[in-house]
Design a protein around this ligand. Structure first.
Ligand SMILES: [Cu+2]
Length: 332
């Protein structure tokens, strides 16, 4: 299955919980040029090490805590580059826009084909799911429930006929985190998938307001560069008063969640704020803002959309921002 067409490949980057998936590139996982990473090149699939469930780049020969988030390292096979299989089906089998449908995911081990039932909880959830329409106008970040047989399910109602990408984000117990895309096409869709693809237009304004919250984004570097660790920093203010927001709430164990997707929907970057919650504290009483910084590594030049989610006054606010990433050479 590692070679199945259209299957997402995972690239976990070095410095953050940040995952890039390419639907056509070979599996690559970059890592710091450490002794462990080098020895991993020669390791078999079963090579074990202690690893952080949240930060796949953190591996160790001995037990301990993650230096980034203080989570206890777990014994696993972080150097196994094979993607897990996700069997995806819907009930009913044909999904109609405007009608609830159940999405069902069964995860299988890449070597044995056995059903996987144990998952690490990462950012408060064992299974994160993103549903994105092919024009990138519709975005949902939701969390399926686990059934008694270990598979995952959730009910969705898609807004219009068309093609959607369904992105699963999970970490089987003791394995590297997985980020696996599946297509979903509704009945009644007779469009041209190529013609109906996203046509992203970079924002002219750096600020957007959703409900009570205004987010102003700053990109670094300007312009954004491909294959360079880049930063997207938000300044949050109250939409009416303009006052800086200092009571941002934690959502799923962080002060924000970001998913960045390329216009061709082949590249996905999942990023969390550089600042983590104070370890050991109660996430419900933690407060953040007005500044929240994310890091992203966009693998190729092109246009990207970042959906960033903040929890403020007990409501999740989702901000879509669209930006251009250029290559290092002037010709790109
Ligand atoms: Cu999630």
């Amino acid at each position: 299955m590692a070679s199945s067409a259209g299957h997402a490949r995972v690239l976990a980057t070095l410095s953050l919980l940040l995952v890039v998936v390419s639907a056509c590139a070979p599996a690559v996982r970059s890592g710091p040029p450490s002794r462990i990473a080098v020895s991993a090149l020669n390791a078999g699939h079963d090579e074990t090490a202690f690893m952080c469930p949240m930060h796949p780049d953190i591996t160790s020969r001995v037990p301990g805590q993650c230096p980034k988030c203080s989570m206890a390292l777990v014994l696993g096979t972080p150097f196994d580059m094979r993607d897990y299989q996700v069997e995806f089906r819907t009930e009913p089998p044909l999904v109609s826009a405007g009608t609830p449908a159940r999405l069902i995911f069964k995860v299988l081990h890449p070597g044995t084909g056995a059903a996987v039932t144990n998952f690490e909880v990462v950012h408060d959830k064992a299974y994160h799911l993103f549903v994105i329409s092919s024009d990138m106008a519709f975005f949902e970040h939701i969390h399926p429930e686990q059934g008694s047989d270990g598979s995952w399910w959730i009910d969705v109602t898609l807004p219009k006929a068309g093609q959607y990408t369904v992105l699963s984000d999970f970490a089987p117990q003791g394995a590297a985190s997985q980020f696996i895309a599946r297509p979903l096409i509704t009945v009644g869709y007779d469009g041209d998938l190529l013609a109906d693809g996203a046509r992203l237009v970079p924002d002219v304004s750096a600020s957007k307001t959703i409900g009570e919250l205004t987010a102003t984004i700053r990109y670094d570097p300007v312009p954004m560069l491909a294959a360079v660790h880049s930063h997207l920093t938000f300044t949050l203010t109250h939409a009416v008063t303009g006052a800086p927001v200092t009571d941002l709430q934690a959502y799923l164990g962080a002060f924000g969640h970001m998913l960045i997707v390329s216009e061709d929907m082949l590249q996905y970057v999942h990023s969390h704020p550089l600042e983590s919650l104070p370890p050991g504290g109660d996430p419900e009483t933690a407060r953040g803002g007005p500044s929240v910084m994310f890091e992203g590594l966009m693998p190729r030049p092109g246009r990207y959309r970042a959906w960033t989610q903040f929890r403020y006054q007990n409501t999740i606010h989702t901000f879509p921002f669209t930006f251009e990433v250029t290559g290092l050479g002037a010709s790109e």
